[in-house]
Design a protein around this ligand. Structure first.
Ligand SMILES: C[S@@+](CC[C@H](N)C(=O)[O-])C[C@H]1O[C@@H](n2cnc3c(N)ncnc32)[C@H](O)[C@@H]1O
Length: 217
């Protein structure tokens, strides 16, 4: 999967994308990120990309540089692709939807990270195909929500996680009836005054399976 990210702050992605699962997945060519700095598409002298909102307070991301950036990516990949705008105001991201997006999205997706008040509404009307909120609170800009969204997608791509069971049996998965995963333990068997439940140490897989489902949180 190629993820094309249009952002005012592409450097914000550096540390998260260069560690752990996301880093390994990129090294193994399981997905790639391509950054486009929005200011590079500005015709303004100081490369600014925002302007005052009509009729209300605050700044808004201007339509011209945003359209130019999206058109640039579309010309490069030369096909119709999902164009995702991260915004607190729309569809809440949930595991079931992540699974749906992974099925629906093909080779390329474009992600537009917002900042200031909004991006100009006409960009939403003309270009955006999906509006996704990572939950009901407001962050300062879309980079953090884009990272959350990308991480939630990428862990579902083939070969990103070696242990498929981790994916199948995790919180909100279909197999766990969309409930929260059971508690898990590792060695030592006794820590402080707390013991690992007897059944988990029994090697009786039937009983362990039952314990897991009885202990969904
Ligand atoms: C300060 S917010 C804009 C908030 C907007 N004026 C409102 O009242 O809904 C700036 C940007 O951060 C991103 N953002 C903030 N909270 C978010 C959330 N919960 N989910 C997804 N993106 C979010 C969006 O890209 C948004 O355009």
């Amino acid at each position: 999967m190629n993820i094309h990210i249009i952002s005012i702050f592409p450097e914000a992605f550096d540390s998260y994308f260069s560690s752990s699962i996301l880093w390994n997945a990129q090294k193994n060519n399981l997905f790639q990120v391509h950054f486009y700095k929005l200011n590079d598409f500005s015709d303004k002298k100081f490369k600014h990309i925002d302007d005052k909102a009509y009729g209300m307070h605050g700044q808004v991301i201007s339509p011209e540089p945003t359209a130019k950036a999206i058109d640039f990516v579309l010309e490069k990949i030369w096909k119709k692709v999902p164009i995702i705008y991260l915004t607190p105001a729309w569809e809440l991201l949930q595991q079931e939807k992540v699974e749906k997006y992974v099925e629906e999205f093909e080779e390329d997706i474009i992600i537009l990270c917002g900042h200031y008040e909004w991006v100009d509404q006409r960009i939403r009307d003309l270009y955006v195909t999906h509006e996704i909120s990572i939950w009901e609170y407001v962050l300062s800009s879309g980079e953090l929500s884009a990272m959350v969204f990308i991480d939630s997608l990428v862990r579902h791509l083939p070969w990103v996680l070696w242990n498929k069971i981790s994916l199948e049996e995790e919180s909100f998965s279909e197999k766990l009836d969309r409930k929260k995963e059971y508690p898990v333990y590792t060695r030592p068997a006794t820590f402080r005054w707390l013991e690992v439940p007897e059944i988990l140490r029994s090697w009786d897989h039937g009983k362990i399976e039952k314990w897991k489902f009885d202990n969904l949180q």
